[in-house]
Structures are given as C-alpha cells and as structure tokens.
Design a protein around this ligand. Structure first.
Ligand SMILES: [Ca+2]
Ligand SMILES: [Ca+2]
Length: 239
C-alpha cells in the first residue's frame, strides 16, 4: 500500500467493548472511545411505562432486591411485586457500545433528594458504596438487581432515582431519573437500625397519619406487615 507496509496489529472484540488498534509503521491511529453520558441509556426493561416502585433497603443488604420491588402508587392499598432491574448500556460518542468505563462499584443509584446513605465505609474505594451496580457486567451493559446496602429513605412524593458513575474526576449522571422510591427500617439513615429508629417508627405508626418512610411493605398503609419488617431488621447494620 504505497510502499508502506501496514498491518492490523489488533482487532480485539472483548464482549462488552470494541477495541481496535491499527498500527501503520509505528503509530497507533485508533483506540476505543470513552463512554459519552449523552449516548448511554438507562432503562428498567421489565417494568411497564409509568410504573413507580418502592424498595425497602437495609444496611445489612438483606432488604428487597430490585428484582422483587413493590409496585407503588395508584392503585395502591394492595401489594404487587415487580421486577425493577436497572440496565445501563454504555455507548461512546458515535453511539457504539463500549465496555463499562469503571468498576461496578463506581456505578451507583441515588435518589435525587440524596437521602440514601450507602454504607460507604464498608466498600472502601467505591464511590457507589452499597448502592453500587452488580459485580458482573455483560457486554456493554451494567445491571442493578440486588438489594442495596443502605438506610434512609426517599421523599414520599416527587422523588426519583438517578444512576451516577465516577469518571475518575467527577460524579456524572447518566440516563433519565427512574421512578424508584426507597425506605428503610433505618429511618434516620445512620446505617444501623436501633432505638433511635424504634422511637421514630413508633411515633409514626401511632400518629394516625400515613407516612411513606415506614410503609416498608409498600401498600400505602402502615400496619402489622410493616411492624414485622421493622422487627425482623432491628439491629441490622452495614457489613
Ligand atoms: Ca438508624
Ligand atoms: Ca404497608
């Protein structure tokens, strides 16, 4: 080719990403592009559009997995389990799928209100702490299925859940906010369920006013089902 011997040094397709390095002489002329947040997509593929879900989280990680969330809101006063798995598809600026740019623990979910304390000290080096993505990614997709290690709660109305990742220098939001609410027996969000939460829970239950913060079995009413979940998780803390 014009007297210059070019050869493809590597054309490597690694399941999730496409990395092409072409060497002509001594110069690498093409490498994989980084993900472009504007092109990455976030979805809940097993959920009907317009569905809001509620997930009861526990600092120990023994809360509800996203695969078994409660449908929440109208019609309420019933309990129905739905699969709220979150999938993040990573794409570069050209729209091509690429491998996840960071470890799963640096991809995480968080209410827009910010109130989902995520056992950060239990996951050193992870920006996402206990609300991280699953450990394994498939091709260009990161997935959230398990129960977060967390306490605290979303706002009862108007709150949404956002996916973030750490790009090495800054926290980046990707995709649209998702209709996922969180609550926890760790009501005050200090990552342990103890007497402080018992006092708050007792006051809430006996107030006669509905509160999402203690509707752990999310059916828009607070009753023995919620009490049972609270008692089961008393003294649970981060791992
Ligand atoms: Ca607490
Ligand atoms: Ca309930």
């Amino acid at each position: 080719m014009n007297g210059v011997r070019c050869r493809t040094l590597a054309h490597v397709i690694i399941n999730l990403s496409v990395v092409v390095g072409t060497v002509c002489g001594s110069g690498i002329v093409a490498v994989a592009l980084p993900p472009d947040p504007a092109n990455c997509t976030v979805s809940m593929p097993f959920l009907s559009a317009g569905t809001t879900v509620s997930v009861c989280v526990v600092p120990s990680g023994f809360g509800r997995p996203l695969t078994s969330a409660f449908r929440y809101g109208s019609p309420c006063l019933t309990s129905e389990m739905v699969n709220a798995t979150i999938q993040v598809t990573w794409r570069d600026g050209t729209g091509m799928p690429v491998a996840p740019p960071v470890e799963a623990c640096n991809v995480w979910i968080e209410p827009l209100s910010g109130a989902l304390p995520a056992c950060l000290s239990s996951f050193p080096g992870c920006k996402g702490g206990g609300t991280r993505a699953d450990g394994l990614s498939v091709n260009s997709i990161s997935t959230f299925t398990r129960a977060p290690w967390s306490g605290g709660h979303s706002l009862s109305t108007g709150d949404m859940c956002q996916v973030y990742y750490w790009d090495g220098t800054a926290k980046r939001a990707i995709g649209p906010p998702l209709a996922i609410l969180f609550n926890s027996p760790d009501i005050n969000g200090d990552n342990i369920v103890n007497l402080t939460d018992t006092v708050a829970f007792s006051r809430g239950v006996t107030s006669g006013v509905y509160g999402y913060s203690w509707d752990f079995w999310a059916d828009c009413q607070v009753n023995l089902s919620d009490v049972a979940i609270y008692v089961q998780n008393l003294y649970m803390a981060c791992p």
